[in-house]
Ligand binder design. Structure first.
Ligand code: 13P
Ligand code: SF4
Length: 302
């Protein structure tokens, strides 16, 4: 029996569900019950009523959200080191300080934050629903963090005054994308459609035909009549794009755009995680309760 089969056996025995983000290694995506973007995976985690274990193949904040939304289930993160550096860029103290400066402004936090920060937010958002979440608020000025690129994108798409907290939070992987690389690829593939993630810089978003969350990019590629795509997000997504669209071609705009934290999850680690039921993601009850409110408010919007 190979490792993938062993994982499937153990999964059944333990009544586990395996969730994998669109950036996971191909072999990890292939053994998962569901692959998706951050909001889809959070919803799936909530819907798996019969599961006793959730193995979350992604990074810390996504597994934490699953734990917050499923206090009665065991949530496992196969690789403890899988931490999103952007989520570490915002602290509770910074949020409190910003709230003092703008007492009337609601705090909207991207799900790429730790649960302790979500507990200080009025509402959460993902890259798939950030514009709708901000538009749902009855306020002209909004505190938004930690991604200053997503904040900038939301400011472009709404009439709100968006104040980024911190001033310059960013994703180190999406920062690697440059419009020059897109232009060079366009010379080779002039008919290619450019699809990018909103965590990319303003300059990258300017050269895009479509901007959206990882799953929205997958949906767009499936529905589009285009046959070639230049992709501006972490390269793990190419596996899903290619699998779902065998007749289309996908070129990652920069080959080095890898999220090392997402890639820490290997089949060996998934197997060990299931077998030894490690590492359990735990969020203190008081923090979880407040963070859950911020997440549930988001689900009410979209
Ligand atoms: P998505 O919600 O679009 O999958 O994005 C999560 C993420 O971490 C992007 O870097
Ligand atoms: Fe965090 Fe960027 Fe990795 Fe997404 S790609 S998990 S934002 S570091």
């Amino acid at each position: 029996m190979d490792l993938a089969q062993k994982i499937q056996e153990l999964k059944k025995e333990k009544k586990a569900v395996i969730l994998a983000h669109n950036y996971q290694r191909p072999e990890v995506q292939d053994i998962a019950d569901y692959t998706g973007d951050s909001i889809e995976l959070s919803r799936k985690a909530m819907m798996e009523k019969d599961a006793e274990l959730i193995v979350f193949c992604a990074v810390d904040f996504m597994a934490e959200s699953a734990a917050v939304l499923n206090p009665q289930k065991k949530v496992l993160l196969p690789s403890t080191g899988a931490r999103c550096p952007m989520a570490q860029m915002l602290t509770v103290d910074e949020i409190k300080h910003a709230k003092k400066q703008y007492p009337k402004a609601p705090v909207v936090l991207y799900v790429n934050t730790l649960a302790s920060c979500k507990a200080e937010a009025d509402i959460c958002c993902t890259s798939a629903n950030a514009v709708e979440v901000v538009n749902s608020l009855n306020a002209d000025t909004v505190l938004f963090g930690p991604d200053s690129n997503l904040a900038d994108y939301v400011a472009e798409k709404t009439r709100k005054n968006i104040i980024p907290i911190p001033q310059n939070g960013f994703c180190p992987t999406h920062l690697l994308f440059q419009p020059e690389d897109v232009q060079a690829l366009k010379i080779e593939h002039p008919n290619a459609t450019v699809i990018v993630h909103p965590e990319c810089s303003h300059e990258m978003r300017k050269v895009a035909d479509f901007i959206g969350s990882t799953s929205k990019m997958c949906k767009y590629a499936k529905e589009s009549t285009a046959k070639e795509f230049i992709v501006g997000t972490e390269n793990g997504i190419i596996h899903r794009l290619q699998k779902e669209n065998p007749g289309k071609k996908f070129y990652v705009s920069y080959n080095g755009a890898v999220c090392p934290n997402m890639k820490l999850t290997t089949l060996d680690r998934v197997y060990a995680s299931l077998k030894e039921e490690k590492t359990i993601v735990e969020v203190p009850a008081a923090v979880a309760e407040k963070a859950r409110t911020s997440l549930e408010r988001m689900f009410q919007v979209k």
